[in-house]
Design a protein around this ligand. Structure first.
Ligand code: HEC
Ligand code: HEC
Length: 239
């Protein structure tokens, strides 16, 4: 009888000890990979989705991050994760957020459908950025050196972007101007790696077969010029 009660007490004490150890664990710096798993995968794909489909794309809660290591500049990640700004004015699934205009009235964005991005503390942001920079680097989605870095002819490239190739109907090269259905590009030079931009403009469907940016019939000269132009857009965009 007494022995039984003692055993029960011991088990309770052991459980309490285990629980206190468990509660203490998060105080130690969690690894970036652990943070990705615990705080990010509810909204982001951090590994290549097994089955790409239009339904998956439309029901995503956040953009895909499985090729983050070949897409982003690490410094930008570290600072954005601490102070996130709006990148896609109409969210990840444009059609869910935009009210179609009727009778010649332009479409409007229902901003109440967008929620602010979670913010990370500096140490977490640095750890997560490290983990993100390891994603997709072995996938061969983006060829190193795809961007030739010929000095861009800024006015010609601006014309291509804004007028000739229609990029500005979906993207903004300057806050408050241009389209809203695609991510803003006025911070492209801070945010994105040039080789990624070349490959994305060449063939957006390489990154997801259902993505709705059209594959535009551009020659390599135009792709290089457009990328050179986008790389000049930093903190606030086209002058
Ligand atoms: C509740 C859903 C949600 C959670 C949780 C979340 N995100 Fe996001 N994330 C989003 C959305 C929505 C966007 C798009 C924001 C925009 O375009 O303005 C986004 C954008 C991003 C971007 C920019 C992607 C791009 O292609 O432009 C990065 C990087 C990012 N998130 C990282 C993270 C990390 C790291 C975590 C975990 C610490 C995380 N997110 C947690 C929803 C989420
Ligand atoms: C019909 C609308 C549309 C047009 C036209 C369009 N895009 Fe896009 N673009 C998008 C959308 C939507 C995405 C984001 C896809 C996603 O992440 O799901 C995108 C993504 C991008 C990206 C990657 C940026 C990022 O943060 O993920 C770049 C770079 C880009 N577009 C450049 C261009 C250029 C240059 C042109 C003109 C030659 C152009 N786009 C024309 C809709 C468009």
């Amino acid at each position: 009888m007494i022995a039984k009660r003692l055993n029960r007490l011991r088990a309770a004490a052991a459980a309490a000890l285990l629980a206190s150890l468990g509660a203490a664990a998060p105080a130690q710096a969690a690894s970036g990979a652990d943070l990705l798993k615990s705080q990010c995968i509810a909204c982001h794909a951090v590994s290549k989705p097994e089955a790409a489909s239009k339904e998956r794309l439309l029901s995503r809660k956040g953009p895909d991050l499985h090729y983050a290591g070949v897409k982003f500049n690490k410094d930008w990640l570290v600072s954005w994760l601490q102070n996130p700004t709006v990148l896609r004015p109409a969210g990840v699934a444009y059609s869910h957020v935009v009210k179609a205009g009727e009778g010649g009235v332009a479409d409007t964005v229902d901003a109440s459908k967008l929620t602010p991005h979670p913010k990370l503390a500096a140490a977490e942001a640095a750890a997560v950025a490290d983990a993100l920079m390891a994603l997709g680097t072995g996938d061969e989605l983006v060829a190193k050196g795809a961007f030739k870095n010929d000095p861009p002819n800024a006015s010609m490239a601006g014309l291509l972007f804004n007028k000739l190739r229609g990029c500005a109907s979906c993207h903004s090269a300057k806050p408050g101007a241009g389209g809203v259905s695609g991510p803003e590009l006025y911070s492209a030079g801070d945010r994105l790696q040039p080789d990624f931009v070349v490959e994305y403009i060449r063939n957006p469907q390489k990154f997801d077969p259902h993505v709705w940016m059209p594959k535009l019939d551009l020659n390599d000269g135009d792709v290089q010029k457009l990328t050179g132009y986008l790389m000049t857009l930093k903190q606030g965009g086209a002058k």
